[in-house]
Design a protein around this ligand. Structure first.
Ligand SMILES: [Zn+2]
Length: 393
């Protein structure tokens, strides 16, 4: 029986001055849809309109990287779309822009760019693009987006760049957070970039990781640079710097310290308590800048708080490891010791997980699943509380 096709609409809302009117280019829809189709196991993706041949080739190569990283769970699909035979003339001079979330990576990209590129250089970032619907859930209606825009507009004024607000619901195509982090977000940022190409020829995407620690990730130098066309460049920026090196550069720039937002749990400030907030406060303390940063609702930093945290990945463990010596040098031996305890907990957790995985592999490959069956046979179901239903009389 044939499947009933489901219709989903994806929209990009950009300021009218920045869009290409009556543009047949389907670049942004290709970039928004191909990772979703890949994850859905589709065999083909058909698009109306045209895309630049550079982008079509780039997306085909990006799919191969994503397939290899998924250990072949994902399979590259066939893309059916016409390729453009020429480049449409842009009606105006075009500039460079950077995606701007307010986090350490995106603020670093702007700061480093402004230090290197002179005012008239075409590579100098002239605008920050804030995407409503990426870090902030597209369905959130508590004013968080508006507050973020106000904060970033104030930063942009001081930094001498323009703030470009964009709204898109493309995340609704696949709401899995894991998919967003591992396959989607680099292509999604590039999709927004292509929708703004009337005014910008280059987009900087701030790297989340240093080259030495770079895991397979949805925004990666091996992916992002492939999302270019002959008239739009996508630059993965800052991967040669560690987190702490980025924070040290920002510690000398008060506009960044007044705008820094690493967490959007609360509307008007960083919550100060989640793992990301605590780690960011540690990085600021290690750079001697925590007291200069006013955007944390809860600005204290104690060893007891660190004793509640165990890093969930090797990359996070490395970020913490990098802070031990600099925190001690800042006179915070209590925090340095707490991180050392945290890293010992992480080592134990990793060893236990490693042993379980090895046992599971031996069981599957040499014992035919005997241990797993025995575990199920002796498994005592956990008693869960049955929710009581009460009716109003
Ligand atoms: Zn937080």
């Amino acid at each position: 029986m044939p499947r009933t096709p489901q219709v989903q609409t994806v929209t990009f809302e950009v300021p009218v001055d920045f869009a290409m009117p009556s543009d047949l280019n389907a670049a942004h829809y290709l970039l928004a849809c191909f990772p979703v189709a890949l994850r859905a196991g589709e065999g083909r993706l058909a698009l109306e309109g045209v895309v630049d041949p550079d982008l079509l080739i780039g997306v085909q190569e990006a799919m191969q990287w994503l397939a290899v990283w998924s250990t072949r769970l994902l399979r590259p699909l066939r893309i059916e779309v016409a390729v453009s035979q020429s480049v449409p003339e842009s009606p105006r001079q075009r500039f460079a822009a950077s995606f701007l979330s307010g986090g350490i990576d995106s603020l670093f990209t702007i700061r480093r760019n402004q230090m290197l590129y002179g005012g008239s250089h075409p590579g100098r970032i002239s605008a920050g693009v804030f995407v409503d619907g990426f870090d902030i859930d597209p369905g959130r209606t508590d004013g968080t987006s508006e507050a973020a825009l106000d904060e970033l507009r104030a930063f942009a004024d001081v930094a001498g760049i323009q703030l470009i607000p964009v709204r898109t619901d493309l995340r609704r195509l696949d709401m899995s957070n894991d998919a967003w982090m591992h396959q989607l977000h680099g292509a999604a940022l590039a999709a927004v970039g292509h929708s703004l190409k009337a005014r910008f020829f280059r987009f900087y995407v701030a790297s989340s990781y240093h080259i030495a620690q770079m895991p397979p990730w949805g925004s990666h130098p091996l992916l992002d640079e492939h999302y270019r066309s002959c008239d739009v460049q996508v630059c993965h920026d800052g991967a040669e710097y560690t987190r702490l090196e980025k924070v040290r550069l920002l510690a000398e720039w008060q506009p960044a310290l007044a705008a820094l937002r690493v967490c959007r749990r609360m509307r008007h400030a960083n919550c100060g308590r989640c793992e990301k907030c605590v780690r960011s406060k540690l990085e600021l303390a290690a750079a001697g800048a925590l007291s200069k940063c006013s955007t944390f609702d809860y600005a204290q930093l104690t060893a007891e708080e660190l004793d509640q945290i165990t890093p969930s990945t090797a990359h996070k463990a490395q970020w913490y490891r990098e802070l031990v010596q600099p925190l001690a040098a800042q006179g915070r031996e209590d925090l340095a010791r707490a991180i050392s305890r945290m890293l010992r907990r992480y080592a134990v957790t990793r060893t236990v997980h490693g042993c379980w995985n090895m046992l599971r592999t031996v069981d599957q490959q040499m014992l035919g699943g005997t241990l797993a069956r025995a575990k199920r046979a002796f498994h005592v179901p956990r008693i869960r509380e049955v929710p009581r239903i009460t009716r109003n009389q």
